[in-house]
Ligand binder design. Structure first.
Ligand SMILES: Cc1cc2nc3c(=O)[nH]c(=O)nc-3n(C[C@H](O)[C@H](O)[C@H](O)COP(=O)(O)OP(=O)(O)OC[C@H]3O[C@@H](n4cnc5c(N)ncnc54)[C@H](O)[C@@H]3O)c2cc1C
Length: 248
């Protein structure tokens, strides 16, 4: 069976939390080891189900941050919403050694494989980085000759998950360029910005790809995705090249 076989049954599994890493004050990575490890494609997600003793259950989706072919563990990166139900459980209650019900991999639209080529324009807002990170990690691991630009919007450097890793990948993978747009902090470097994404920021990101993008992936909150999708269309990118994932 290959990781592109969507026909197999996706069963719930009790996956053990093996590690927890704090990435920012609001976002933590949770590493899970499913008893039946599965291959995934960058961009896919899993469903997580929490069930209370009285039978009440809550189900949420989380993108897979790990690169495909990087081992049996899968990394989920979960942003804490103070008034949420499931994300505070992970941040406050879940511990290494806990078994959590999950099923995956899921999703056949918001996916990219190195063979799909590029240029690749990735636009993420906050935790919307997660599925894009899986694509970047895979492109980097395989030294893909695919021009890849990530435009990432976050509040500040402190609130930017995986910032050190992204800067390191940019320094070591010639095909990759990172543009950071901080909404509440000054830009870090000349290629970064200290404001919300706008037409000029999108046009600079497109320019640094070298040629017109072949695939565009946008992920984040509804509001962020709407704005970014409108801006890419406004920049002349055909809508049928643009794939979106909305976190609600
Ligand atoms: C495909 C996919 C992938 C995702 N990947 C990630 C990921 O990698 N990382 C990540 O952090 N998140 C991801 N999400 C979002 C995630 O699924 C959850 O939505 C998120 O964690 C919030 O869940 P929660 O239970 O903590 O909050 P919820 O309890 O669902 O609340 C979410 C927000 O909605 C508000 N709300 C809740 N109920 C109502 C209501 N009835 N009326 C009005 N407002 C309400 C709350 O105030 C809160 O601010 C993804 C979503 C999708 C669809």
């Amino acid at each position: 069976m290959t990781d592109t076989d969507f026909s197999r049954e996706i069963r719930w599994q009790e996956a053990r939390i093996t590690r927890i890493i704090e990435r920012t004050p609001h976002l933590k990575s949770f590493f899970f080891l499913p008893p039946e490890p599965f291959g995934h494609i960058a961009g896919q997600h899993v469903d997580v189900r929490l069930t209370a003793p009285d039978g009440y259950s809550a189900l949420r989706s989380y993108s897979i941050a790990s690169a495909p072919n990087s081992g049996d563990e899968i990394e989920l990166a979960i942003d804490r919403l103070d008034d949420g139900e499931v994300s505070p459980f992970f941040h406050e209650v879940a511990e290494v050694g806990d078994d959590i019900e999950l099923r995956g991999p899921l999703g056949g639209h918001f996916i990219w494989r190195p063979g799909d080529g590029g240029p690749l324009l990735l636009i993420g807002g906050g935790s919307g980085l997660v599925p894009l990170l899986a694509m970047i990690r895979q492109g980097f691991a395989e030294s893909a000759a695919v021009p890849t630009v990530l435009l990432l919007s976050a509040r500040s450097p402190e609130e930017t998950p995986f910032l050190d890793e992204l800067l390191d990948i940019e320094a070591r993978w010639p095909s990759f360029r990172l543009h950071l747009a901080f909404t509440r902090a000054a830009p870090l470097r000349a290629q970064d910005h200290g404001r919300r994404i706008d037409a000029e920021i999108i046009s600079e990101a497109v320019k640094s790809l070298g040629s017109a993008p072949r695939h565009v992936f946008i992920c984040g909150s509804n509001a962020f995705v709407n704005t970014a999708a409108d801006l890419t269309t406004g920049a002349g990118i055909p809508t049928d090249l643009v794939r979106t994932e909305r976190y609600g």
